[in-house]
Design a protein around this ligand. Structure first.
Ligand SMILES: NC(=O)C1=CN([C@@H]2O[C@H](COP(=O)(O)OP(=O)(O)OC[C@H]3O[C@@H](n4cnc5c(N)ncnc54)[C@H](OP(=O)(O)O)[C@@H]3O)[C@@H](O)[C@H]2O)[C@@H](O)CC1
Ligand SMILES: Nc1ncnc2c1ncn2[C@@H]1O[C@H](COP(=O)(O)OP(=O)(O)O)[C@@H](O)[C@H]1O
Ligand SMILES: [K+]
Length: 538
């Protein structure tokens, strides 16, 4: 796992490294060296380096100097004469570089900039880094859209200019990078908000050879899951296994209005490896589900007048639920009074429980006085997994619109977890980047494509999660990793389905059919990461 930092922690880390004897000036030299090596790997004959007023520009000036010494033609664009750069560190390296052979262009017009950009094979974006705030001001507000019109390969230093490195917000314009070389550790904004749209491939420039020894001295906003971290949760299928010992799931879901959600979740749970999946659904839709899923037993539970779980549902569902390795509750269920009772009842059982969709909306209503005052959630022994998207998470913490990006989602999930301190509770915060948040750690598994933003995609994820939990039989050391495995499978179903149907044409039912292939892809990536497979998969 690789840590992701908040900006204030990056500053703390720089200070710690400085106390250990490596100055910020030295870090800048290393940043420039690494930036130059990333550019060189593209084999350019001509490079354009765009610099700003601060130390991000300093990284660019150092890289320009090194690239020029390698017989690459380098043009450096600066908003002011190098001697007028306000940051002392950046001014020093800018004056040094300008004194050599690079071509320095101060304050070019848009046309001049476009001409330089058209000639360059690679453009280095060292305009704005972690010191950027608000919206880019001129001349950067002119440079950035101009660069985005060019076809040259763009490498951003630390963070694409225009992206807030903490929030991931782009207010006006932002460099669209092919690659971002982020210094010391990735900043959370690269993964949050608009970040994923602009960063391209993220590469980490570690800058300091003893980084491993000091990175633990600062708080981590989250950790990126590497493929190899998942290996313990990728299990085989022994010949002697039977349908029950493979793992069983009860899907408590559906209503007359939304039978499809129950079908998708149940089918996904089975495809994810559970040997026995059953559905408990209101009798108003049970026959529909039976017809759609011949391999799945369906328990018809008395409905209310609107075709949702009725008053008798709680005791019947809870009696059934005790027999399963995992219970998934919520998809398409509605928030009727009967549904609320089902959720309350399931919380009291000692069985691994996944609450998704309407089960979370029921929970928000049950927790009307504040989630921290809902002891049933925290008193449980068995794992409780919640899978909210941003709106559901906002409702759970009782504030409309409180959650709108990765950072606010992690904050809200931690508020819920820390209120009760249950280490059996994990919140999977779904969004363009999904965070798996537990009491001890926050993990970021591989994200899927935007094709996953389609109705029912979350039901499929809930099915994959419950199927995965059932097959693990609660033999889990790190729940956040086990759930990251399930989220990664869902992400890869998105890639596989997009390759088959086209990015915009994927629908949720397609994802289910790619679960097997996605599991194989995740396994291959894990084995490659651990060196057990080469890049050809041999
Ligand atoms: N972490 C590390 O250890 C290392 C970090 N390093 C590098 O340093 C970078 C951070 O440097 P930094 O702090 O100097 O900030 P940086 O991003 O260059 O920008 C500051 C300038 O931008 C200006 N500015 C702000 N907003 C603006 C706007 N909207 N529109 C226009 N201008 C705006 C701001 O002006 P002000 O707000 O002061 O008016 C100020 O002049 C970091 O990203 C990494 O690349 C490496 O050298 C190696 C070691
Ligand atoms: N832009 C995106 N990029 C990648 N994944 C996304 C994006 N938008 C949504 N997703 C993923 O798609 C799923 C949507 O889930 P959800 O909103 O619960 O859908 P539904 O309620 O329709 O089933 C989540 O797993 C989420 O992480
Ligand atoms: K930059």
């Amino acid at each position: 796992m690789k840590p992701i930092l908040n900006i204030e922690e990056v500053t703390r880390l720089e200070d710690i490294i400085e106390r250990e004897g490596t100055s910020k000036a030295e870090l800048m030299e290393h940043a420039g060296e690494l930036l130059a090596s990333v550019v060189e790997a593209e084999h350019p004959s001509r490079v354009l380096v765009l610099t700003g007023f601060g130390n991000n520009g300093g990284d660019g000036w150092v890289a320009a100097d090194i690239l020029q010494q390698k017989d690459i033609h380098v043009d450096v664009v600066s908003p002011v004469d190098p001697s007028e750069i306000p940051s002392a560190l950046a001014r020093h390296v800018a004056r040094r570089t300008a004194g050599r052979d690079v071509n320095v262009v101060v304050g070019p017009s848009r046309d001049e900039l476009m001409e330089l950009g058209e000639q360059a094979d690679v453009i280095v974006d060292a305009i704005l880094g972690t010191g950027f705030h608000g919206a880019p001001r001129p001349p950067f507000s002119i440079w950035i859209p101009a660069v985005n019109e060019l076809s040259s390969f763009v490498v951003s230093a630390d963070v694409p200019s225009g992206l807030n490195a903490q929030t991931g917000v782009v207010e006006d314009c932002c460099i669209r990078a092919d690659k971002t070389l982020t210094m010391l550790a990735p900043k959370i904004g690269l993964y949050s908000g608009d970040g994923p749209e602009y960063v391209g491939d993220i590469q980490v420039g570690e800058l300091y050879d003893k980084l491993d020894e000091v990175i633990g001295d600062v708080d981590h906003a989250a950790e990126i899951v590497q493929a190899g971290d998942l290996i313990d949760y990728i299990t085989g299928l022994p010949a002697s296994i039977d349908k029950y010992s493979r793992g069983s799931v009860l899907v408590v879901a559906g209503s007359a209005s939304y039978p499809g959600a129950a079908m998708m979740a149940a089918k996904a749970a089975a495809r994810a490896g559970a040997g026995y999946v059953a559905v408990a659904a209101p009798d108003a839709c049970a026959n529909l589900i039976r017809m759609a899923l011949p391999s799945v037993p369906v328990h018809a539970i008395p409905s209310d007048s609107r075709g949702a779980f009725g008053a008798a549902a709680r005791s019947i569902v809870c009696e059934l639920a005790k027999k399963y390795d995992c219970v998934l509750c919520g998809p398409g269920m509605t928030t009727s009074a009967g549904c609320m009772q089902v959720v309350t009842g399931l919380l009291e059982l000692d069985v691994p429980l996944v609450l998704d969709a309407d089960a979370l909306n029921c929970l928000s209503r049950i927790a009307i006085d504040g989630i921290e005052k809902t002891p049933d959630m925290y008193r449980r022994e068995a794992p409780l997994i919640m899978t909210p998207h941003y709106r559901e998470l906002s409702r759970l913490v009782g504030e409309e619109d409180e959650v709108y990006d990765l950072g606010t989602a992690i904050d809200a999930a931690q508020k819920i977890l820390w209120a009760g301190g249950s280490d059996n509770m994990v919140i999977v915060c779904k969004g363009p980047t999904t965070a798996v948040v537990g009491v001890e750690r926050v993990l970021i598994p591989t994200s899927g494509p935007a094709s996953l933003a389609t109705a029912g995609s979350g039901d499929v994820l809930a099915g994959i999660i419950s199927g995965t939990i059932a097959t693990l039989h609660a033999e889990v050391d790190v729940w956040e990793l086990a759930l990251s495995y399930a989220v990664s499978i869902h992400s890869y179903t998105g890639f596989a389905a997009a390759a088959e149907y086209g990015e915009k044409s994927v629908i949720a039912t397609d994802l289910i059919d790619y679960i097997g292939e996605a599991m194989q892809l995740v396994e291959n990536e894990a084995l490659k990461d651990l060196g057990a497979l080469d890049s050809e998969g041999e």
